[in-house]
Design a protein around this ligand. Sequence first.
Ligand SMILES: Cc1cc2nc3c(=O)[nH]c(=O)nc-3n(C[C@H](O)[C@H](O)[C@H](O)COP(=O)(O)OP(=O)(O)OC[C@H]3O[C@@H](n4cnc5c(N)ncnc54)[C@H](O)[C@@H]3O)c2cc1C
Length: 452
Amino acid sequence: MFNKGMKMSNSVITVGAGPAGMFAAYELSKKDIDVLVIEKGKDVDDRTEFEIMSGVGGAGTYSDGTVNLRPDIGGDLKEYTHDEDKAWELVEYIRKILKRHGMPEPKRENLEKEEELKRRAASLGARYLPIIQSHIGSNKAPDVIKSFKKELEDDGVKFKVNTEVEDLLIENDRCIGVRCKNGQEFEADFTILAPGRVGIDWVQRLTEDYKLKASFAPIDIGVRVEVPSIIMDPVIDVNRDPKFHLYTKSYDDFVRTFCTNPQGFVVKEDYDGFIGVNGHSRTDIQTENTNFAFLVKLKLTEPLEDTTKYGRAIAQLATTIGGGKPIVQRIGDLRDGRRSTHSRLRRNSIQRTLDDVTPGDISMALPQRVMNDIIEGLDMLNEIIPGVNSSNTLLYAPEIKFYAKKLKVDENLETSISGLFAAGDGAGLSHDIVNAASTGVLAGRGISNRLK
Ligand SMILES: Cc1cc2nc3c(=O)[nH]c(=O)nc-3n(C[C@H](O)[C@H](O)[C@H](O)COP(=O)(O)OP(=O)(O)OC[C@H]3O[C@@H](n4cnc5c(N)ncnc54)[C@H](O)[C@@H]3O)c2cc1C
């Protein structure tokens, strides 16, 4: 029905079957609009746990599946709804749909302890963000996606998997469809770009080829902190992935905790030209340590706005200093202005969970401003979580989160090209499941507004 030359009116193509593309399809199909979802990865039944980034369900299908039911974690929905209540309504809308498809009811326990954390953070000028979270779990997530896909198909949505979109079809300055790598062309009234993080380079190419308006997003640079689990347990008890937001004294920079892995592992990540660190936890093997990312947000203006270039330069320097491996340092050594060594690490009370590292000096790799923010930030955090900045705490670097360039969109989430809409992580509009899904809903609503 979408084949070139056979276009029907009121039709939409979404590129990508992640949360953004699927929720856009949901919104449109409920309004009897024809939708074709084109996905370069496999169908959800055929995916394996090694195909993390691509396929029906999108990235993270085989992850922990932690659903953060907040509009200001993993993006900021208020930017698009222009109203805080409407942003929360959107999150509630997503929750109800996911629940119908098997997402467990979110738990919020230990309300008294949560109040206490909020109070302690507030007394330091920091914020603790209580989050209502649901854990779908990696074993259950594919079932939730299958059930959601079935509802979409029952409502007439068509899926075309194993098909990569290569280019847009532009006629008279308007997007009229897409061309796929296999040569097939599909036409529709509207197209939604929702290709997720794996699609960042492709979106970048489209911005250059079609002069799509976009801006650089801020970058998160910092370290992964590893402490004995008992230090974090009282906070983990309240929330498995506690979010603290702080502003540092010297530079007034924004620093946050992110991606906590109770009894987990620090892991090395290989990128094109540099290395980095991340963390994960496993259900089968647990360690005695807990790790979390501690990240400083930096935005650049003149003369260099390109935060990706800046982040890469820092990551490359860290990779050089670490001899191709992440650097690990004890806080005590950092404070004393000396590098960590294998023998000091052997004597350390905390044994590291990542072996493939170079004991060294993180301050040789990260900019002074970032180091200052990390040290001051950990001092503040220590007032809330006593023991977190003990001399034995391990810091691994570099941990850098690159974000997609943010496409400029209007209130309907239409880009600077008429007929082309955007949603999700690949367009730089979100960083998590709920925010990606919400921008998909907003793009769907934007298109139905336009059809009116
Ligand atoms: C390992 C991992 C764990 C995560 N854990 C969590 C978590 O616990 N909680 C949370 O909230 N978030 C988590 N995230 C983030 C979350 O998965 C993403 O924020 C979310 O999936 C973004 O949704 P999206 O629809 O924008 O993009 P995606 O989910 O990335 O989906 C985009 C889809 O588009 C397809 N695509 C790309 N380019 C093309 C093309 N040219 N043609 C056709 N198809 C294309 C891709 O194959 C992909 O399937 C995790 C991410 C990863 C990688």
